[in-house]
Design a protein. Structure first.
Length: 135
């Protein structure tokens, strides 16, 4: 199973969130019986980079699509590669994240391709999972 994990970059997380988000990523990869992690190696850190670290700890194969430059053109291409390659995608975001994120856009593209796309909201003391629709 090729599991994509994307989400908010490091600017949107508090330092105390990092161990919890990494544990959540580990849980998702185990629950999905992942063979391969797919992610985008955001240059600003956060979920993409933590997912790679967890995959390394778990000995999983990785398929990483770093952006080839800065700006939406490069992120758009990278995000479409992630959506095409995955079997399932999880977009992990903090509850107070406002607006549309690149992770949410990528998950919606995967949903449009008929893949399971799950938004994961991490709040203060809770986690919510929501299936994303192809809108």
């Amino acid at each position: 199973m090729k599991v994509a994990i994307v989400g908010a970059d490091g600017r949107y997380w508090r330092p105390e969130d990092v161990p919890f988000v990494k544990a959540l990523i580990r849980y998702i990869l185990k629950a999905m019986d992942a063979d391969v992690l797919i992610s985008g190696r955001c240059p600003l850190g956060g979920v993409d980079v933590w997912a790679e670290e967890v995959a390394d700890e778990m000995g999983l194969e990785k398929l990483i699509f770093p952006p080839e430059g800065r700006g939406w053109r490069y992120y758009h291409e990278r995000n479409l590669k992630i959506a095409r390659e995955c079997d399932v995608i999880f977009d992990i975001e903090p509850e107070d994240r406002r607006g549309n994120s690149g992770g949410a856009w990528t998950a919606r593209q995967a949903a449009k391709m008929g893949k399971l796309a799950i938004k994961v909201i991490v709040g203060n003391g809770y986690v919510a999972f929501k299936r994303m629709k192809a809108t």
